[in-house]
Write a protein that binds this ligand. Structure first.
Ligand code: HEM
Length: 478
């Protein structure tokens, strides 16, 4: 959609108003705030928020921003401040570097996630799924959110230093958990980044630094060849790639890379798994189609990467899940040069918001609020900017292949062995959490396990909330 107000030389339209009041309204209900801004003001909107970001809602506008990524659009340090310093808890890595340094780190990490290391990760994902399924019995009651998060965490932790128990100290395991815990909590992350000392209850910086030495010890062992892992763990792949890039041997750098990769992928993968399982439970006809495909193609075993070609519907389930529930509902970037978006020339330094939550639920898709994996089976007939679940260009996802392989094993494995019966009467809402942009079903997804009997017509339990397929209700305010 374009309007007079988006012609060159004009400021993008928007609701106006005091940015502090706007920020408060946004914090209370970010998804509703963004949906209303788009509905009332169009595809390119100046939002009344601190930093006055311009939201690129339309597919063409989102496509233009995405195309500029890495060159004319960069990641934002948050409200225009510098990115977290290299000696902060976040360390050095792909997520908080720019320019030539980012290009180098990205190349090292991207290569390290491929080849034998990717095969290793995929085998671990299949094996951990088998273990999880072996621990389940019909009648068990579960919340899918901690189940998926726990599983994806176990997979990555094992992948980092390999399956050899001698290499995996409980102290290092605990250190990785603590690191994720700090970064997942925005107040703690900010405190850890900007405060020099440990503040009880807030920054855990000193404690964390001490804990991370346990991870360094494991990497040192791999680097010194003292440990010969049977598989090809990430630490080894990163050591090889930093050597290949002629960087001096630095286990601390490898540790930073590994932890950032873990952080980058954890919630995104867990979120895709949980949303897919919830959507399939709410749409038993789609679940039946998937089950038929799985039974024909893999006959009950947990799918592995080689099965990809025979599982097109499962791949479409992943795409449709990420369309409706993207990994990040919105993201803030910043122009580092003038950029034309939707007919408006935005000056350098403009804060830009990409909002997949709105863009991917737009008119580019017929009946956009229906869960219909079939739409991804044929050739793509939507503009490229309408659906970019992995981002694009120089900032696109480098963990895509790992994530797709793990998703296939986890969702394919669970669907064949168990039917997840939603506990009736629960209310589930998409909620990005306080200060976050990662939308998870909250307060959780409570299910009872039933042996997979393939009964298609079984009516799903009545679930209320603003989830696609549930009985609609007003969105709960956070
Ligand atoms: C379903 C799972 C996943 C989804 C939907 C997803 C999605 C995305 C998206 C949309 C971006 C681009 C963000 C932007 O434009 O700034 C991204 C970036 C990234 N992803 Fe993923 N991701 C997933 C899993 C993973 C995994 C498993 C890893 C690591 C093993 C990973 C590592 C990264 C990294 C390092 C970046 C930053 C790239 C850069 O800045 O150059 N992701 N991901």
């Amino acid at each position: 959609m374009t309007s007079d107000a988006t012609r060159p030389g004009r400021r993008p339209p928007g609701p106006g108003g005091n940015p502090i009041a706007g920020q408060w309204r946004f914090l209370r209900d970010p998804l509703g705030f963004l949906e209303r801004a788009h509905r009332d003001h169009g595809d390119l909107v100046r939002l009344p928020l601190i930093g006055a970001p311009v939201a690129a809602f339309g597919p063409d506008e989102a496509g233009a921003v995405a195309e500029g990524l890495g060159e004319r659009v960069e990641i934002d340090g948050g409200g225009g401040v510098d990115l977290p310093p290299r000696d902060s808890v976040q360390g050095r890595g792909v997520l908080n570097s720019t320019g030539a340094e980012h290009a180098l780190y990205r190349r090292i990490c991207h290569r390290a996630l491929g080849g034998r290391s990717l095969a290793s990760y995929s085998a671990i994902a299949a094996d951990e799924t088998e273990r999880l399924l072996a621990s389940w019995s019909p009648g068990d009651r579960l919340d899918l959110v901690p189940v998926a998060t726990g599983l994806t965490k176990r997979i990555f932790k094992r992948y980092m230093v390999g399956a050899d128990p001698a290499l995996r100290s409980p102290a290092a395991d605990a250190a990785v958990d603590l690191y994720i815990d700090v970064l997942e909590s925005t107040p703690r992350r900010l405190a850890s980044t900007f405060l020099p000392v440990d503040v009880p209850g807030l920054a855990q910086r000193r404690k964390l630094r001490t804990a991370l030495e346990a991870v360094d010890t494991e990497i040192d062992a791999i680097a010194a060849g003292r440990a010969q892992p049977p598989d090809h763990p990430l630490a080894l792949a990163l050591l090889e790639e930093t050597d290949r890039a002629d960087l001096p041997r630095d286990p601390g750098l490898v540790r930073d890379f590994m932890l950032q990769l873990h952080f980058a992928g954890l919630t995104s993968l867990a979120s895709a798994v949980v949303w897919a399982l919830l959507l399939l439970s709410l749409h038993p006809d789609r679940a039946r189609t998937l089950l038929d495909e799985l039974r024909g193609a893999v006959g009950g075993r947990v799918p592995v990467p080689a099965d990809v070609k025979s599982l097109p519907y499962l791949e479409a389930v992943l795409d449709e899940t990420m369309r409706l529930y993207p990994a990040a509902a919105w993201e803030v970037k910043r122009t580092v040069g003038p950029l034309e978006v939707g007919g408006t020339l935005l000056p350098s330094g403009t804060a830009l918001m990409l909002v997949p939550w709105v863009t991917q639920r737009g008119e580019s898709f017929p009946d956009p609020l229906e869960f219909r994996p079939e739409r991804f089976l044929g050739r793509a007939d939507y503009p490229s900017g309408a659906f970019q679940p992995w981002g694009t260009g120089e900032r696109s996802c480098i963990g895509k292949q790992l994530a797709r392989n793990a998703f296939r094993s986890i969702v394919g494995g669970i669907t064949q062995r168990f039917r997840l019966e939603l506990e009736p009467g629960q209310r589930i809402d998409p909620d990005p959490g306080l200060l976050g942009n990662r939308v998870l079903p909250r307060p959780g997804v409570r299910v009872v396990l039933a042996a997979q009997d393939g009964v298609a017509g079984r009516a799903p339990a009545v679930v209320r909330g603003s989830v696609v397929g549930a009985v609609p209700g007003p969105r709960r305010r956070s």
